[in-house]
Design a binder for this molecule. Structure first.
Ligand code: NAD
Ligand code: 2HG
Length: 391
C-alpha cells in the first residue's frame, strides 16, 4: 500500500509507516496514493485518485477536508480526537496571561528601552512600567464555548488556577460532562455566558452551524473590558464584529491562532501562527493515534475515530480467509445485493459485519476463499456501492 504525507511531520512518522510495511509517495504522486496523512493542508481542490481508500487527519479539525465529496467516493476520513487538546488548552492560558499582563507590549517597551542606548534606562523603566499594570487570573471570569476535548481541559486548568469558569455547550457528551469540574458554572444560552465573563474562548468545530457563532449580535453582549480568544477556526468568529467592537471601545482585545494582514496590524489583537497544536507531545500523540487508526482500517477494515463511517471492529482476519471491505449508501437491499454477488461466485461467507451512520454504511465480509478480482469488480458495480476492496 502507498501513502502520501502532506504537511510537515517529525521523522518518526515516515519511519513508523515504513516499519508497518507502507511505501511512501512524494506529493507529485498523490494520485496513486491509497491513503493520505495530513495536518492542515486543504484538500478542497484535490480530486482523489481511484485507488484512494482513506484520509487521515493528524489533528482534530476536519474543515480542510471535503468530507461529503470524499464520502460519495467511498473514502474513509479519520481524525485524532483529543490528541492535541492539552497543547491547545495550555496555549489558550498563555494567551490569557499575555493579554491580562500586557506581555507583548511590555516586551516591546523593554526592547525599545535598550535599543535606544539611553543611560537613564532604569528610571525610564520604572516610570514606563506603570502602563503595563495587569490583572490576575485569580477570580477572572472565563467563558468557554464548546466543552469538548479542549474546552473541558481548559475549564479544569483555569479552575485550578483560581479563575471562575462558565461553560456553554448544548451538545456536551456524557463522557465530557463527567470529566468537567463541578465548579464550572453551566450557562443556558450563549448570551448568558457572554454577558457574564471577562474573557471568552471558543472551542467548537467549524461547521455551517458555527459560522460566525460570535457575530455582531453576540459580541455586543460582552462587557467593554472583555477580550475574545479564538483557537478554534477563523470563521467561527466574525472578524469585522470584533474589530468594530474594539475600535468603538466596546471590547478590549482579540487573541487568535488564525492571523491575516488586518488582524496582524491591529494594536489590540494578538496573533499566533496557528500554533495551538505545535508541541512535540501533541504532534506525536496525534500522528501516532491516526497512524494506528489508519493501519487498522487498511489492513483489517476496522473503523474507529472516523468522521464519516460507523465504528466497526471486526477482529483479526481468519487464517486462509480473505476480507472484503465495502462502503455503500445506507439504503434498502444492499446486503442482499452484495451477498447475491458472493453466492453467484460460489463463495462461502465465514463472517459478516454491517453498520450504518447517517447515509453511509460499511459491510465487512470474511470469505473462505482467496481474494477474487472478478468478484470484487462485480460488487464494485452494484448500484450504491461507493467503494469495495480486499484488505
Ligand atoms: N488551533 C489549533 O491548533 C487547534 C488544535 C486542535 C483543535 N482546534 C480546533 O478546535 C476545535 C475543537 O476541538 P476539540 O478537540 O475540543 O473538539 P471536540 O469535538 O472534542 O469538541 C467540540 C465541542 O464543541 C461543542 N459544540 C459544537 N457546536 C457548538 C455550539 N454551537 N455551541 C457550543 N458548543 C458547541 C460540541 O458539543 C463539542 O463538545 C476543532 O474542531 C478545531 O477546529 C484547533
Ligand atoms: O496540525 C496543526 O498544527 C494544527 C491542528 C489543529 O488545527 C487541529 O484541528 O487539530
Amino acid at each position: 500500500m502507498q501513502i502520501s504525507l502532506l504537511n510537515h511531520f517529525s521523522k518518526q512518522v515516515p519511519e513508523h509507516l515504513q516499519s508497518l510495511g507502507y511505501e511512501l509517495l512524494s506529493e507529485d504522486k498523490l494520485q496513486q496514493a491509497n491513503a493520505i496523512v495530513l495536518r492542515s493542508k486543504s484538500l478542497h481542490e484535490h480530486h482523489a485518485g481511484k485507488s484512494l481508500f482513506a484520509i487521515a487527519r493528524a489533528g482534530a479539525g476536519v474543515n480542510n477536508i471535503p468530507i461529503e465529496r470524499f464520502s460519495e467516493q467511498g473514502i474513509a476520513v479519520f481524525n485524532a480526537p483529543g490528541a492535541n487538546a492539552n497543547a491547545v488548552a495550555e496555549m489558550v492560558l498563555t494567551g490569557i496571561l499575555m493579554q491580562t499582563r500586557k506581555v507583548a507590549a511590555a516586551l516591546n517597551f523593554s526592547q525599545q528601552l535598550f535599543s535606544d542606548e539611553r543611560e537613564d534606562y532604569a528610571a525610564a523603566m520604572e516610570k514606563g512600567k506603570a502602563q503595563f499594570q495587569g490583572r490576575e487570573l485569580q477570580g477572572l471570569r472565563l467563558g468557554i464555548i464548546g466543552l469538548g476535548a479542549i474546552g473541558v481541559l481548559l475549564a479544569n486548568k483555569a479552575n485550578a488556577l483560581g479563575m471562575q469558569v462558565l461553560g456553554f455547550d448544548p451538545h456536551i457528551s456524557v463522557e465530557n460532562a463527567w470529566r468537567l469540574s463541578a465548579e464550572v458554572q453551566q450557562c443556558e444560552s450563549l448570551s448568558d455566558l457572554l454577558a457574564n465573563c471577562d474573557c471568552v474562548s471558543v472551542h467548537v468545530p467549524y461547521l455551517p452551524a458555527t459560522h460566525h457563532l460570535l457575530s455582531f449580535e453576540q459580541v455586543a453582549y460582552l462587557p467593554k473590558h472583555a477580550f475574545v480568544i479564538n483557537f478554534s477556526r477563523a470563521e467561527v468568529v466574525d472578524q469585522e464584529a470584533i474589530t468594530a467592537a474594539i475600535e468603538s471601545g466596546n471590547l478590549d482585545g482579540y487573541i487568535t491562532d488564525f492571523p491575516n494582514p488586518v488582524l496582524q496590524s491591529h494594536p489590540q489583537v494578538l496573533c499566533f501562527p496557528h500554533l495551538g497544536a505545535s508541541t512535540v507531545e501533541a504532534q506525536e500523540n496525534a500522528s501516532m493515534q491516526v497512524l494506528t487508526t489508519l493501519d487498522n482500517f487498511l489492513k483489517r477494515g476496522e473503523v474507529k475515530y472516523s468522521v464519516n463511517l460507523p465504528v466497526l471492529q471486526p477482529g483479526p482476519i481468519p487464517v486462509g480467509a480473505s476480507r472484503l471491505v465495502i462502503i455503500h449508501r445506507n439504503t434498502v437491499g444492499m446486503i442482499a445485493q452484495i451477498t447475491d454477488c458472493i453466492e453467484a461466485a460460489e463463495e462461502n461467507i465465514l463472517e459478516m459485519n454491517n453498520r450504518s451512520r447517517a447515509e453511509m454504511a460499511l459491510t465487512v465480509i470474511d470469505l473462505a476463499a482467496a481474494a477474487s478480482a472478478s468478484l470484487l469488480s462485480t460488487i464494485q458495480a452494484v448500484p450504491n456501492v461507493l467503494s469495495a476492496r480486499y484488505c
